[in-house]
Design a protein around this ligand. Structure first.
Ligand code: NAI
Ligand code: MG
Length: 493
């Protein structure tokens, strides 16, 4: 059957090591699925410690001796610009592969994921030759010195990413790492290996020399673990669950690797009585149902002021019930399938906890959708208290909790009563209230009268258990470079 946008042909299933596509050393493969049908769509090379070792050595060689080591910063920028162009030239193919393997709607991938990937590469291409050091005015008591700083790459970067934005997470990791002159070994999520492989192929075409970008597929406990422990890796950049980050932090300690973490959330979205209710409902919808709720910064705890609670809830319920769930290749679909059977089961388990253990009131959804694939209905719980499990634990699915609040002190306190601190939002027309939330909530991003807006120039990351370090923006350049201070004795004259 010819490849179509609805059934893209999967051509890349091997690992990319030192510029060559290779099977796993063991010869083993694992299955990749289409979440909308549950069908197997590919058998992908299953890397382990040996494959990781070869990839790390190739990244080290490229860093120290390969052509990359002689690239000027501007040359690195040019490769990133070219990669951005190639992403847009292959936009349809990338979008179709992402939908096929992740289950998210084509409309969103084409509107958000693909252009953001290209913009991320372009943005960091721009940084490459503008990432300068300083001249430092040191004291003359000890002599006549010229002191300056320069930025050098951290080295070989191990990058471990999740399955909710497979392509975009690869771009967030590669953009700053490559702009700074590092080499990378990427370990995609085992659920969604396909688009990173396509991006790696495009990167080769864009002019990144062999060994600069390596991709090794496989499971976290084997390939991911080997990457974290490898003495030849200088830094680990990770996005995923905080429990995995804790393991990585411990394992990275022996070799004192640099680490940066972008983890989960239970983000509060606060709706004041003076808010534009239509906008607030639309924002709440985007906040929790975008990407099937598989979003680290999902607005999963909605705090609604007492006096408008019932009106808000009835409008939110109506919107959720008319949200179109189904075939992610259909352009009118608003919510696709959960990424895996495991995640689908987890979300349904939390819906059960909400109903039977927490005894909250399920006002919309509350069940699987259809009888094929891993779809869950947009679900809303009301009468939720902040100490319930559904208000504290990350569900990572289309499940909203609606809570009430009385006044500013009450809502700030409740909003901050969580282990997480990734994002927060507020809907109000009162600037004083907006700033009180923006200042009072401990979270890495605060959205005022909006939700889920992203730009490669705007830093993103978490307080508390939501991570450390910031991706995007200039901050990510800091994550991927070391500062070197040079003292030059000029002699007395
Ligand atoms: P995970 O954190 O285990 O997986 C993310 C990545 O880490 C994958 O590439 C995986 O192979 C790798 N990994 C797993 N164990 C590893 C280890 N011991 N050493 C090195 N790498 C390892 O997340 P998982 O299990 O897929 O999802 C569980 C929950 O985590 C989700 O239900 C969700 O609540 C949360 N999550 C949060 C994400 C976010 O964006 N903050 C993304 C994905 C999951
Ligand atoms: Mg896991």
């Amino acid at each position: 059957m010819a490849a179509t946008l609805e059934s893209p042909k999967v051509t890349l299933t091997k690992n990319l090591i030192n510029g060559e596509w290779c099977d796993a050393d063991s010869g083993r493969t694992f299955e990749a699925f289409n979440p909308a049908t549950g069908d197997v769509i590919a058998h992908v090379a299953e890397g382990e410690a040996g494959d990781i070792d070869r990839a790390v050595k190739s990244a080290r060689e490229a860093l120290e001796n390969g052509p990359w080591s002689k690239f000027s910063a501007r040359d690195r920028g040019r490769c990133l610009f070219k990669l951005a162009d190639l992403v847009m030239q292959h936009a349809d193919e990338l979008a179709a592969l992402e939908v096929l393997n992740n289950g998210k709607p084509i409309r969103e991938v084409s509107f958000a994921d693909v252009p953001l990937v290209a913009e991320t590469f372009r943005y960091y291409g721009g940084w490459a030759d503008k990432w300068t050091g300083d001249t430092i005015p040191v004291d003359r008591t000890l002599g006549n010195f010229f002191c300056y700083t320069k930025r050098e790459p951290v080295g070989v970067c191990g990058q471990i990413i999740p399955w909710n934005f497979p392509m975009l997470m690869a771009a967030w990791k590669w953009g700053p790492a490559l702009a700074c002159g590092n080499t990378v070994v990427l370990k995609p999520a085992e659920q969604t290996p396909l688009t990173a492989l396509k991006l790696a192929e495009l990167a080769t075409e864009a002019g990144f020399p062999p060994g600069v970008i390596n991709v090794v597929n496989g499971f976290g406990e084997l390939a991911g673990d080997a990457l974290v422990k490898h003495p030849g890796v200088d830094k680990i950049g990770f996005t995923g669950e905080y429990k995995t980050a804790q393991i990585i932090m411990r394992n990275a300690a022996d070799t004192l690797k640099r680490t940066s973490f972008e983890l989960g959330g239970k983000s509060p979205a606060v709706v004041f009585a003076d808010a534009d209710l239509d906008e607030a409902v639309a924002g709440a919808m985007t906040g929790i149902f975008f990407n099937q709720g598989e979003v680290c910064c999902a607005g999963s705890r909605l705090f609604v002021e007492d006096s408008i609670h019932d009106e808000f809830l009835s409008r939110f319920k109506a919107a959720a019930e008319s949200h179109k769930v189904g075939n992610p290749f259909d352009k009118s679909t608003q919510q696709g399938a959960q990424v895996s059977k495991e995640q689908y089961d987890k979300v349904l388990r939390y819906i059960d906890i909400g109903k039977n253990e927490d005894k909250a009131t399920c006002v919309a959804g509350g069940a699987a959708h259809g009888d094929k694939g891993w779809f869950v209905k947009p679900t809303i719980f009301a009468d939720v208290r902040n100490d319930m499990r559904i208000a504290q634990e990350e569900i990572f699915g289309p499940v909203a909790s609606v809570l009430r609040f009385k006044d500013m002190n009450d809502v700030v306190k409740q909003a901050n009563t969580t282990m997480y601190g990734l994002a927060a939002a507020v809907w109000t027309k009162d600037i004083t209230k907006a700033f009180a939330i923006a200042d009072g909530v401990r979270a890495g991003t605060v959205w005022v009268n909006c939700y889920n807006t992203f730009d490669p120039a705007a830093p993103f990351g978490g307080f508390k258990f939501s991570g450390s370090g910031r991706e995007n923006g200039k901050d990510a350049m800091e994550l991927y470079s070391e500062v070197k201070t040079v003292w030059v004795n000029l002699g007395e004259r």
